[in-house]
Structures are given as C-alpha cells and as structure tokens.
Design a protein around this ligand. Structure first.
Ligand SMILES: [Zn+2]
Length: 424
C-alpha cells in the first residue's frame, strides 16, 4: 500500500474550488474529502490543487529534430508547466506515414515520456500529399487522432474523404486550417504591421476559408472535427454558428493568441513573435476571449513549438514559425487574464484540464474524482518571479515571454501517482 494524501489545499472539484483533501493509491484517486489519513502526506497549505493539465497540441520533435526538443525534454517541460497529458503532432522526421512507424513512435513516447503522450497520426502521406494514410492501421498502431498540423489539407475532395474515413474508425480529425493559395508565403498577419515592416502578410481568409469548407464537410459526415489554434474573429463566429446547428466541432486557442497582437511586432528581428497562424489584431483577440467566455472555444492548447537559436535567427522572413508554450501557459494566463479579471481562476483551470479532457474524449483524466488517474498539479498563486531562460526545461528557449513578471508557480506535478516535477 502506497497511499498518498494531499492535505489542506484548495481543490478543483467539479467546477468549484473547495478546501478539501485528495487521497490517491498508486496511479488512481481513491477519495476526496476531509478526515482521510495516509502514511504519506503532501502538505498543500496555500496551494491550489487542480487536475493535471491536458495539452491538445505540442511538438516533441523526436525523431529527427532532436536539436530542437526530444520526448524527454518536451514532456519534462510540460510537467513543469503543470501538464500530465500532451498530444504530440506528427510533423517529425521522417513523418510516421505507416502503422509500423507510428507504432514505433508510440513506443518511444512511452519509453521517454515523463507524462502521458498521445500521438497524432498524419491524415495524408508526408502531411502534404493528397493520399490518405491507412486510418484503421494507424488506430491499431496507437494513434489517438489524426492531424496534418503544420499544413492545411488543400483539396476539398481529400478533406471529404478524410472525414468519411475518420468517422468509420471513430478518430478525431484535427485541422491546421490553411489555404496555401491565400497564405501565399506570408510571414505575419496581413495588415498595418506587415506593411510597415515590408513583409508578406497572411490574410485571415487563409484560415477562415478552410474552416468554413471543413464545417460543411463535418456536418455532412458527422466526423469529430477539431480546429487547431484558431486566430481570427471570423473563425470564432463560424464555429459558434456551427455548434448551434449541432455540428460535432471543437476548437482550441493558444495563450499567445489570447495575450499578444501583431502590434507587438516592432522590428525585423522580433522573430519570437513569428508563429503560424500569426498574431492578429486586437479585434481578433477580443473575439477569442469572448469565444472562451461563451463556450465556443473548448480549450486552451499551447502549440508548443521549440526551435534552436539558429532556426529563429535572422529576419522575420527567414526565421522558423513557432514559439514554446508549455512552461509559460499557466503563469502568463493567470497573471494577465485572471489577475486582471478577464477570466476567473476556475475558468482558466477548467480550460486547461477538465474541458480539453472532455472534448478529446479522455474519460480517465481532467477531474479530481475517485477512480480517475492520479494526475494532479499543485500551484502556488502567490509566488511571483521573472521568467528566465535558464528556468526553462525545454530545449527551446524561443518565447517572447522571457523577462515577464508572473504569478503562479508549479510546486509539484503528479502523473499517474508519480511526482514528475517538483519545484526546487
Ligand atoms: Zn498548426
């Protein structure tokens, strides 16, 4: 018997923070309440105890790009950020086009992951062709869902076929919505700032045109269509209306699209503000927040995209797209959205844990209840610090949030009953 009791914390139970205790035995929560006892006790006085966070969107870069990140460093970084489940995209080298390759990736995830890693399979061969992968075999090999993240699916016929096949095998289809003809080698949002800096702009329509198309196809087929990292006001509205019509659609927003706009991009060297989709306008930012408030947006996901220093060097046009996110998501959102009164603490915690778990169909996590996995995060909201590069456990240091003063520190992260991160 190795029971552990987390005592004296403020615990997220359902949609409420309660002064109560949590007892877990090995990898499962066995009781929530007062007057519980155990040999091993973790004192959570003045700490918030939440379900371990669930990130629907990370890039772990293994195999093939391990100078940027690997499964061990990426999952350790996630644990530092309070995550106990991450969903890894398939844009690694080589792309796992076959069931054998995907099965090997799942094995690597289990072997090196400090927390649970769920693996996306590519929708089409090499993520860029119009040839579907073998969905049945991918599911058999351990795929939790499908995504060509990094690339939009260009031909409508391919998307239609993908929807039909995904329904057959009960696989979620997660879309990086991007019409390449409209994207047209853009670098940052099409608008004022792109003009001032004389770089190519990415119009909002490169996202919205595909989302509109895909929502029609999703409605026809009944597939679970998930939209990655939505960035525009129009996308929020399209999804809001589709949900009203009963389309099985979910979506995510990133911390950076909630916290930043194109106005932060002030020079050619501001490459840590370059990501895809790009930072948009304050009107878009407000619409994203409204989408969180009214439930149109189901979850916050980081799109953690670690890169080497060399990858992010040079001008806006030259640098790679993407920023890290695992280790800054909670503290930045808590500091800038909760402490300013734009979201409540429970809203934020739910958007990082219970809501993504529910939307992704992960019934064993996301709630602190007897029978659920002992996936928990202990947070100190009163701890203030400045985000420093040397504190990041990710190999990627490419974040615009370095130097920010934040509140909200991960004190410990427990995954399947094991302490996988502890504050030093
Ligand atoms: Zn993407």
């Amino acid at each position: 018997m190795t029971q552990t009791l987390i005592k004296n914390g403020q615990v997220l139970v359902g949609k409420q923070l309660l002064a109560t205790d949590v007892l877990f035995d090995q990898d499962k929560i066995v009781a929530v309440g007062k007057n519980l006892t155990a040999e091993k006790v973790i004192d959570a006085t003045r700490l918030v105890v939440a379900p371990g966070f669930v990130d629907a969107h990370v890039h772990l870069r293994q195999p093939g790009q391990t100078a940027k990140e690997d499964i061990a460093s990426g999952t350790l970084a996630a644990a530092h950020g309070g995550y106990t489940t991450v969903c890894a995209m398939a844009n690694v080298t080589p792309v796992p086009n076959t069931a054998a390759q995907l099965s090997k990736m799942c094995q690597l995830n289990r072997q090196h992951g400090r927390i649970r890693v769920l693996q996306y399979a590519p929708v089409t061969v090499d993520l860029t062709t119009e040839q579907l992968t073998d969905f049945a075999a991918m599911k058999q090999a351990g795929a939790f869902a499908l995504s060509n993240d990094g690339h939009g699916i260009q031909a409508a016929q391919t998307m239609a076929q993908a929807c039909q096949e995904a329904v057959k095998f009960d696989l979620m289809l997660a879309a990086h919505a991007q019409d390449d003809s409209l994207f047209d080698q853009g670098v940052i949002n099409q608008g004022e700032v792109a003009q001032q800096l004389n770089v190519r702009g990415i119009p909002a329509s490169s996202e919205t045109v595909q989302v509109a198309r895909d929502l029609l196809l999703a409605a026809q087929t009944g597939v679970h269509y998930h939209v990655c990292h939505i960035s525009t006001k129009e996308t929020v509205e399209l999804i809001r209306q589709a949900k009203k019509r009963g389309v099985k659609v979910t979506c995510e927003v990133t911390p950076h699209h909630l916290l930043l706009t194109e106005q932060q991009i002030t020079s050619q060297s501001a490459t840590n503000y370059k990501m895809n989709p790009p930072l948009r306008t304050s009107t878009d930012q407000e619409a994203l927040l409204a989408g969180l408030q009214d439930g149109t947006i189901d979850m916050i996901a980081t799109d953690h995209a670690p890169h080497t220093v060399a990858d992010k060097a040079g001008s806006l046009t030259q640098a790679a797209f993407g920023i890290t996110g695992s280790e800054t998501a909670f503290n930045m959102l808590y500091t800038q959205l909760v402490r300013s009164g734009k979201l409540t603490l429970t809203q934020l915690l739910l958007l990082l844990s219970t809501k993504p778990a529910a939307a992704l169909g992960l019934s064993d996590v996301g709630q602190i209840l007897p029978g659920k996995r002992a996936d928990l995060v202990l947070l100190d909201l009163n701890a203030q610090r400045s985000l420093q590069e040397q504190d990041f456990l990710s190999k990627g240091k490419n974040t615009p949030f370095t130097g920010e003063t934040v509140w909200g520190q991960t004190v410990a992260t427990i995954a399947a009953g094991q302490v996988v991160y502890r504050q030093k």
